[in-house]
Design a protein around this ligand. Structure first.
Ligand code: HEM
Length: 448
């Protein structure tokens, strides 16, 4: 029996809990990101999640190197004497496997994003990584400059490894926790107390002496972990698509009986929805499955253009559409220009400036259409798109599927940004293609 159990150093304990908390937070987050991207989500929340995931992951990588160096300089407390050789071997192997995962897991994520290739779109996705918005993280091994085939293969391999390593970390963590509980509850030894601050080992007869420096490091370090966890959860959950936002409040109406459309004055900043019909079914936009995205290509001077994808986080759409009564169908979409984002903080700030959306002077862009025609299997909406006060006629081809109480609309239109004075005489705008594809996807549920 140990009168007083030895402990890990305070620094080792803080690093242990910081890395463990981060990894356990990151695994469900990464799985959610993967699923959402796979389902075509381009919400601001997902963009934020990607940047947050990358920032926390790179921090874990850095902390893991510090932890490894610390471990090599500060040997851990000895294992209890009663442990048989096989158990000592398994414990050591688990701990070293953890170090390999703590480094390999974030490194594989970094490799994936370095390729600048999206396995979801099967296309280049040159979104830079900004560490908590403070500085840009370079691509590993210049992968983003490699040929497309290499980038595609490397992205596939890196993300597969990333996912497998994450599952391995989960499995190992389960084993690790069970082993710690076994020591505490069955062996009644000091193993868990080595790492849990304030925990008295079942076989300990004397309390550990209070060391003010140790207490300060533990108190400060563990507080930082709690605050960081709360901040990360807040960033991740704030502005979620289910929260009340203009987009979540949008309504998508499918008119089933003829109705008269009332035009809203063109000067209003928010476009009034078409007049409601007493018979009209109301459709509520499913914000999580709806998006207004844009895509353009960017040539940064290296000669190869890369596709950049962005989206508007805030918009509302009032649509009344009856396939059998196109004459009385009408669409009004209002977009908050300041919500444009391509996931890169510096780009987003840039887009708000006078040379681009000039958000202060023109906070909204609108699209109104009352002229609908059949086109092949789908439809075409002819209407006016107004951005920065410049109104242009636009034809939006789209498909619409109404299945029971669910309607899905998809349409893409290419616009010439210079017609709307977007980046016309702005330095650096020549790197951005004049053609910008705007893709609208709306999923709505019949609400009455
Ligand atoms: C503590 C470290 C990390 C953990 C535990 C972790 C965990 C995960 C998990 C479980 C997934 C889902 C994998 C899948 O199902 O395909 C994921 C996805 C992802 N991770 Fe990490 N990750 C870490 C670090 C990083 C780092 C450092 C980066 C990049 C700098 C990164 C970038 C990504 C990206 C971009 C995805 C989404 C891939 C997609 O679009 O499907 N991760 N991560």
């Amino acid at each position: 029996m140990a009168a007083r159990a030895q402990r890990y150093t305070a620094v080792a304990i803080v690093l242990h809990w910081a890395i463990a908390t981060a990894i356990l937070f990151m695994i469900p987050m990464g799985l959610w990101m993967h699923e959402s991207a796979e389902h075509g989500d381009v919400s601001a929340q997902l963009f934020r999640a990607y940047q947050l995931h990358k920032s926390i992951g790179l921090t874990v990588l850095a902390l893991s190197f510090v932890r490894l160096a610390w471990r090599l300089m500060n040997p851990p407390p000895p294992m209890p004497a009663h442990m048989p050789v096989w158990e000592r071997f398994v414990a050591k192997a688990t701990h070293w496997a953890f170090y390999a995962l703590m480094i390999g897991l974030p490194l594989s994520g970094w490799l994936y994003v370095s390729t600048g290739w999206s396995i979801h779109d099967e296309a280049p996705l040159p979104v830079a990584t900004h560490w908590f918005g403070l500085f840009e993280v370079p691509a590993l091994f210049g992968l983003n400059q490699a040929g497309l085939g290499v980038r595609e293969d490397a992205a596939e391999a890196a993300l597969t490894a990333h996912a497998y390593l994450a599952y391995a970390a989960l499995g190992l963590a389960a084993l690790h926790v069970l082993a710690a509980l076994k020591h505490q509850l069955f062996d009644k030894d000091e193993v868990l107390a080595h790492m849990v601050p304030g925990l008295r080992a079942p076989n300990e007869t004397e309390a550990a002496p209070k060391n003010p420096v140790r207490l300060a490091i533990l108190g400060g370090g563990l507080s930082v972990i709690v605050v960081a966890l709360a901040a990360a959860s807040f960033i991740l959950l704030s502005g979620s698509p289910t929260a009340t936002s203009p987009q979540a409040q949008s309504s998508f109406e499918v008119v089933e009986t003829p109705a008269t459309t009332t035009e809203a004055p063109a000067t209003t900043t928010a476009v009034a929805p078409p007049a409601a019909s007493g018979q009209a079914s109301a459709w509520r936009v499913d914000a999580a499955r709806s998006s207004i995205a844009f895509a353009f290509s960017m040539d940064d001077g290296s000669g190869s253009a890369s596709r950049i994808d962005g989206r508007f986080a805030l918009w509302r759409a009032d649509i009344r559409f009856d396939p059998n009564d196109l004459e009385n169908s009408a669409v009004a979409v209002t977009i908050q220009t300041g919500s444009a984002s391509d996931g890169i903080a510096s780009h987003d700030a840039y887009m708000r400036e006078p040379g681009w959306f000039d958000v202060d002077a023109h906070p909204t862009a609108t699209f109104r259409a009352t002229d609908f025609r059949r086109r092949g299997e789908g439809y075409e909406a002819r209407g006016e798109l107004t951005i920065k006060g410049r109104e242009r006629n636009v034809r939006l081809p789209f498909t619409l599927t109404i299945n029971g109480d669910t309607a899905v609309m998809n349409g893409t239109v290419a616009i010439d940004r210079e017609e709307f004075d977007l980046g016309k005489d702005v330095e650096g705008a020549d790197m951005i293609s004049r053609n910008v594809d705007v893709t609208i996807r709306v999923q709505a549920t019949r609400s009455s």
